[in-house]
Design a protein around this ligand. Sequence first.
Ligand code: ARG
Ligand code: GLU
Length: 706
Amino acid sequence: MKKVFSIFLLSLSVFSLHADEGMWLPLLLKGIEGDMQAAGFKLTAEDIYSVNKSSMKDAVCLFGGGCTAELISGEGLLLTNHHCGFEQIQSHSSVGNDYLSNGFWAKNRQEELTNPGLSATFIIRMEDVTKQILAGVNANMKEADRKATISANITTVSAKTSKESYQNVMIRPFYYGNEYYLFVVETYNDVRMVGAPPQAIGNFGGDTDNWVWPRHTADFSVFRIYSDKNGKPAEYSPDNVPFKPRSFFPISLKGVEQNDFTMVFGFPGRTQEYLSSYALSNLMSIEDPIRVGVREARLAVIKNEMRQNDTVRIKYASKYAGIANGWKKWKGEMKGLKKTDALSRKNAYEAEFTKFAAQDGKSYGNILQNLKSVYENSYNDLKTAQVSYYEIFSAFESVQLSRGMEALLTSKDDVSVNKYRIGAEEFFKDYDAKVDKKVMAALIPLYLKTVPEKQRPPIFSTMEAQYKGDWNKYLDNYFATSVFTNQARLTTTLTKIDAEKIKKDPAFALMKGMMDWYISTIEMPFKVNEAKIDSLNRAYMQAQREVMTKRVFYPDANSTLRLTYGKVEGFSPDDGVKYTYFTTLTGMAAKQESEPQNLDYKMDSRLQTFQAKKDFGQYAAKDGELHTCFLASNHTTGGNSGSPVINGNGELIGINFDRCWESTMSDVNYDVTQCRNISADIRYVLFVIDKYAGAGYLLNEMKVVK
Ligand code: ARG
Ligand code: GLU
């Protein structure tokens, strides 16, 4: 009896999908509408996604390359995260005009700042085009032929799709290429910066608190989309007008309570929930640890330099944040996967799969065997070489700059040279040779020590011999002579490119030595293995859907628009520890007090005054406090940054900006006991805009529900 019970429990945890798990395609919400309503959603699937009337999806856009934003006014005003607008805030900043430290608020539309390269993309409609895209494809085809057929079908279907001239078509694979969906999209390229709080508010807690609860960050910034006079997408022009969205979110000041329904609507980037145990093990023992190790060393050097020099601090702020973000996330992922014993869970799941597959009478059994042999025979070794190569190669800034020069050695036409010159100017704006040198001095010995000789480019051994192991001497020469470490030298070089001289440049030589080895030795076998894995994963995905009939399979995230729902709730990250679902400004002040030396906890002094007087106006919660952030069980990932967090009435209650540390594993192993997303409470956001920044005029265009 006892045994039966425990098996039952195991299969429940292995198969059943907790209501909070899943990133759903808005087109297919009809199927879960009832569940959502039972959980507290008061509207309908049609209110979220409709092709016939304006719906919630018209108020959500892809912001820049990888974030989400939501419209909050009929005049193109949008909210996203501070860290999503960070590049823009930084690029408008200088030591004399430091918007990072002081914040920025446009007092009128003329003061809004333009951002070349920044875009906002809306989904107009989506369609299942699996049949058309897979026409002519069969299971016995070679992977390359399959790809060619699909790519030809994509071209044909895209061309046939009816759309306006200013719209684009995008077709994406789902379920590892077992299904395809088409999206008609509109992209707006005139997106201006309206406001951002100082870093001490918008990034309070900095890297200390990143990926961690409790949190007190008002991680938001405000932008406005502009269109041409007809409301259509247009490049920047002073004649453009504020964009009139088909829909925007009303904002609720009613706050959130424990167990309230919440949903998050946005563009999650990438998850891999259906990986095999072999892939999971590769991630846990190769990919994550290598990345974490290299970045740890790299960050220590940059941080030290940033502390000592304000110019370096501003130049490296955005780079540092990006490197640190990945580093800490992978560390948390390793921790969470270990703690929840994710590998045993996968193994148990695979055993169940194998059992059901055998009962089914189909020969699905060897898919897993085949995956195992690809990973164990060569992929694991190739992955070690690949990940360590990329982590170190991308860390050498001057090496990166030299890459673009290669093409100029053969075609020195003015247009190409000029393009390179512009890129180089951008590069040097945020470059410091001393930092680059110190990073290389730290990483090269680490690389040689941790990566076996067979798995790294021979140029390192050549250089080591040439300089008798004295890397400082190598780097002294490198930085004294390379044109890629000094703007003046590069400018002179570009007036007349001398190919022979460039080839001897130490940065260029290192770049060539590394890349040539990678392309000749690693890239080809790596691609061959990946193609095998792709095709096995596709078969495995399909088999899981056919065999595991009790499990609901939502497609992995792929930067397309998704909806996820759950509820407001805390959790227990460790034995004896319980996280409550919200934080307050009082807690922010306490954090500063507990660690006065920690610069990440330096609270803004004016904010402190509001705190001391408890002067929160209409933004105070019932307990008289200003609630800052809250936890919920919404299944989110990178790309969901800036996403609207919405209550059962379709009103905005927060802005999603992070996950808890133990939750970052949800990309491969969602566990509702551990996985929580972190949002800034919308009352905190409006308080900062209105009372703190004095930009309350922006509220006039919003629809605030009290
Ligand atoms: N972890 C969040 C995300 O993945 C926020 C990163 C920005 N914050 C920071 N302190 N670096 O984007
Ligand atoms: N901060 C992340 C982003 O930039 C969101 C947090 C997550 O990965 O869940 O998208």
